[in-house]
Design a protein around this ligand. Structure first.
Ligand SMILES: C[S@@+](CC[C@H](N)C(=O)[O-])C[C@H]1O[C@@H](n2cnc3c(N)ncnc32)[C@H](O)[C@@H]1O
Length: 219
């Protein structure tokens, strides 16, 4: 039977790949990754284990990705994995968190293929460690989101907002209004990692590989 692994490659540093992820990548016959206009952080992270294997980059349209697009991706993946062989679909961070893999996996459900998911260190965990800002302490509620919702603001003590390249100013204003401290973490674990708390500096930055951690101020 064919087998597909979803592999979380972690936040970007090669030594933050798990041992299991490296073993699966070394064993896999084909490597899959979303095509990000040439650059792909997950592939870069794992390159030392991919060596000369076949790499299939899957195109997803910019903006709205439809069920049809995921279906097509699932077809490509299914057809590229030879019978009784395995493929590894690489995603940044963890594959179960805001990842294309989730939708592709769904479209493979009724095909004759086994799926296994290997965890990766999520970006917000790496960012918390890099900045030494705890995500949660005893009694805290924590919100992870990519589109933050102001109506939830009084329901949590700690927040991580991913994909912060859009509406950053509005988000920072709302955090301030609701007495949250915030920190911008860019490229956590990578050489170009930056940890910024100055509002103007945060607003100037446009890197997609960035997130915002917020914690309710203690009174
Ligand atoms: C499509 S989501 C993928 C999330 C990923 N699956 C995870 O577990 O963290 C992409 C977002 O992850 C965040 N991200 C990924 N790697 C990061 C890193 N090294 N430093 C900061 N943010 C990162 C950014 O917010 C980026 O816009």
């Amino acid at each position: 039977m064919k087998k597909l692994y979803g592999i979380g490659t972690g936040p970007g540093a090669a030594d933050l790949l798990t041992v299991r992820a490296t073993n699966v990548i070394k064993e896999a016959d084909v490597i899959f990754a979303p095509n990000n206009k040439g650059t792909n952080m997950a592939l870069d992270t794992a390159k030392e284990y991919i060596e000369n294997k076949k790499v299939v980059l899957i195109d997803f349209p910019m903006g709205n990705v439809t069920k049809e697009d995921y279906k097509k991706a699932a077809e490509i993946i299914f057809n590229e994995i030879p019978v009784d062989k395995s493929g590894a679909f690489l995603t940044i961070g963890d594959s179960m968190i805001y990842s294309t893999f989730i939708y592709v996996m769904k479209e493979l459900e009724d095909k004759d293929i086994e799926i296994e998911v290997v965890p990766g260190i999520p970006s917000f965990v790496a960012a918390s460690c890099a900045s030494k800002i705890p995500l949660t302490v005893k009694g805290d509620s924590f919100l992870l989101c990519d589109e933050y919702d102001e109506t939830l603001m009084d329901k949590f003590d700690s927040i991580a907002v991913l994909k912060t390249f859009k509406n950053k100013e509005e988000l920072l204003n709302k955090l301030e209004e609701n007495d949250f401290n915030y920190t911008y973490v860019k490229r956590a674990s990578l050489d170009k990692q930056e940890i910024i708390s100055d509002k103007e500096e945060i607003l100037k930055d446009t890197d997609y590989i960035s997130l915002i951690l917020g914690r309710k101020q203690e009174v």
